[in-house]
Design a protein around this ligand. Structure first.
Ligand code: 6GU
Length: 276
């Protein structure tokens, strides 16, 4: 996979050369190219920002450097693209608090792409015509990390690149660990169960006995129960989207004890007791 990042803070992306993602690059599984937006300015001050039409606080990024930088990226595609992939071009990802919320599902989707391009805004964002223009040429996704505000897109590039690159074949040694973790579709999008290692007793806290029972079926049942309970208590929004047809009688009993009953396309809280 090739990832191009356009930013005014290339140093911000240095962590991508560390750890598993750095190793993936060294192994040739991933190539990250960082391009300085200011290289595509033409004035002496290398200006990338200006005041917003209509007034208001803060500065916006001007469209011209973005057009030149992104055109330069598009003019230099990865060598190994199929004719079809070359025709489709990259997915342009624009980190923004007004984007769709990034998810494991989108990470899986992006991991199937050979080429991603990130456009990192700073200040109050990028002139809206940049996204409007590139939507006519390539696929564009505005993506948010969640409901809070960051100063720019670079942290989102780190997060999204890590979530996507670890799904590429060969990046994470044990492929099973990818399907067993929180949010994995194979686990119905539930949170992962708690996990323990040695010692069996630590500061008076014991590892649940079932995990040492050697009874594989009982271990799996306990893990599923814990995943359901945790999800019900911490992330009821995820339970609302759990498919009841993927649940057995034991699942339904755990969820009923947590106050959740099957409903069309998911679960809903059991009717609350009516106060008198
Ligand atoms: Cl992707 N960018 C910015 N600037 N703020 C954010 C965000 C992204 N996601 C959440 N807040």
């Amino acid at each position: 996979m090739r990832i191009d990042v356009v930013t005014i803070f290339g140093e911000y992306l240095q962590p991508l050369s560390l750890s598993l993602i750095g190793k993936a690059q060294a192994q040739g599984l991933l190539e990250v190219r960082v391009r300085d937006l200011r290289e595509h300015t033409r004035d002496r001050h290398r200006t990338v920002d200006d005041t917003p039409y209509g007034g208001g606080a803060g500065l916006l990024m001007k469209p011209e450097p973005w057009g030149e930088a992104l055109d330069a990226v598009l003019a230099d595609p990865p060598a190994a693209l199929t004719a079809d992939a070359a025709e489709r071009g990259p997915v342009l990802l624009v980190p923004s608090p007004v984007g769709e919320v990034f998810s494991q599902r989108l990470a899986v989707e992006l991991a199937a792409e050979p080429w991603l391009v990130f456009a990192c805004g700073r200040y109050e964002g990028i002139d809206a015509r940049v996204v409007e223009h590139y939507r006519t040429r390539i696929r564009v996704r505005e993506v948010s990390l969640g409901d809070y505000v960051l100063n720019g897109g670079e942290v989102a590039v780190l997060a999204i690149t890590e979530a996507v690159a670890r799904l590429l074949p060969g990046v994470v040694g044990n492929a099973a660990s990818l399907t067993e973790e929180s949010h994995a579709a194979e686990h119905d999008g539930l949170l992962e169960h708690p996990a323990y290692t040695k010692p069996a007793s630590w500061r008076g806290l014991e590892v649940p006995a079932v995990l040492s029972s050697g009874h594989h079926g009982a271990v799996e049942r306990w893990r599923r129960d814990e995943a359901l309970r945790r999800t019900a208590r911490r992330r009821p929004d995820l339970l609302a989207r759990l498919d009841p047809s993927r649940c057995d009688a034991a699942d339904l009993a755990v969820l009923a004890a947590e106050g959740w009953v099957p409903a069309a396309g998911g679960f809903r809280p059991a009717a609350a007791a009516v106060a008198d």
